[in-house]
Design a protein around this ligand. Structure first.
Ligand code: ZN
Length: 392
């Protein structure tokens, strides 16, 4: 839903931008493979005593929890996440160093370390809620647990989409209502023309950590808001910021957040169904675990969801690029001239060291936003069709 992609334009890319993006992509591939390997080791590698690693962790959790089921699930997931974090920490640190090497970061080591701790704790809270929920439904309804889990998961997803801008994001960044009167008036005019109302526009203090710029539409219902990075507010003209606001308003008018949640709801329906079928097969046919409720099977559930997300990634990215094109078109129609949109795209690509023209395969697989050269081309075509010459 964000405005700036990690991408980019019609000029050839600098070697620096190409190298940076290649390293970032490799990093995410290695990170993914590491996670996958971790799950496979837990499930299939046995200790000298013949137990799988996941079962060893489960036994420790049982012991520490004094046979209390829910507490044992929590301790098990905490151990899993802790080991996973420690394994991935070198990659996280490399990513931190990479941003500095390419002069894209303002973050100090201490702040980065604190973010890692907070991120891990947020992961623990969310992960344990989902795990407790799944094993509670399995215990309540061993046959139809996936249906119950899906309903509860959907409710949770909507709840978290709603509280994210007011509870989760502020854990990592400061936000304050946008004070710039000129920009507020521009937004009100844009909104009136669209016949809609946005709850608020917030300044996102991104500069404490990054030199990059971004903007996004976030939240649901009463928490729905546009956030604009201070790095953007400082360096872009009012007309450029207006075009970015118009793009975000396009997401709002086309109801992209609600549609995105609906897509997720459909995917998780099949996801939970497939997970339940595979779990049943692993327990009843392969005898990998004694019971469905044996939470040592959790890595198997995580594996199914990991593989599914990988397979769906190109389709979900294509869907996201479709939404971004729609928001761009909305922007072209609502601003007097597309020139500020084009210049903001060029600035964003430069500031974020985005690849201006990634290879089609890279764009197709990894990018949630169309490459900037395509977005600029679309703006120019729009201008030509409308037959208006730029005012400036
Ligand atoms: Zn967008």
């Amino acid at each position: 839903m964000t405005f700036a992609a990690t991408t980019s334009d019609q000029h050839p890319d600098t070697p620096e931008a190409r190298a940076y993006n290649r390293l970032r992509r490799r990093l995410s591939v290695v990170d993914f493979l590491l996670g996958l390997a971790f799950l496979l080791v837990l499930l299939f590698v046995t200790t000298s005593l013949g137990a799988r690693w996941s079962e060893v962790l489960r036994d420790w959790a049982w012991l520490a929890a004094r046979q209390h089921y829910s507490l044992a699930v929590f301790l098990y997931i905490a151990m899993l996440l802790l080991i996973g974090k420690l394994l991935g920490l070198p990659l996280d640190f490399y990513s931190f160093r990479l941003e500095h090497r390419y002069n894209l970061s303002n973050q100090k080591l201490r702040s980065w370390a604190w973010d890692q701790v907070k991120g891990w704790l947020v992961g623990l809270v969310l992960g344990s809620i989902v795990a407790e929920l799944i094993y509670w439904t399995i215990r309540q309804a061993p046959q139809r647990w996936w249906l119950l889990a899906w309903v509860a998961f959907t409710a949770l997803a909507i709840f978290f989409a709603q509280i994210a801008p007011v509870v989760l994001f502020p854990l990592f960044y400061k936000f304050q209502p946008l004070e710039n009167e000129d920009l507020r008036e521009r937004l009100v005019r844009l909104s009136e023309r669209a016949g809609t109302r946005i709850r608020g526009v917030y300044e996102w203090k991104l500069s404490e950590k990054s030199k990059k710029a971004n903007a996004a539409l976030t939240g649901l219902g009463r928490t729905r808001r546009i956030i604009l990075a201070d790095t953007l507010l400082e360096n872009y003209s009012p007309e450029e910021i207006e075009s970015i606001l118009a793009h975000e308003l396009g997401h709002h008018v086309h109801r992209h957040i609600v549609k995105g949640i609906l897509v997720q709801v459909v995917i998780t329906f099949f996801g939970f169904w497939a997970t339940a079928a595979i779990l049943r097969y692993a327990v009843e046919q392969r005898h990998m675990f004694e019971t469905l409720t044996d939470f040592a099977n959790l890595p198997l559930l995580a594996l199914v969801s990991t593989v599914m997300s990988l397979l769906l990634m190109p389709a979900l990215n294509a869907y996201s690029r479709y939404n971004e094109r729609q928001a761009d078109r909305y922007c072209f129609q609502s601003v007097p001239d597309v020139a500020p949109f084009i210049s903001s795209m060029e600035k964003l690509a430069q500031q974020n060291l985005a690849e201006r023209r990634p290879s089609p395969a890279v764009e197709w697989l990894f990018h949630s936003h169309p490459a900037t050269w395509r977005r600029i081309l679309a703006a120019e075509m729009f201008r030509r069709r409308r037959g208006v010459t730029p005012a400036r």
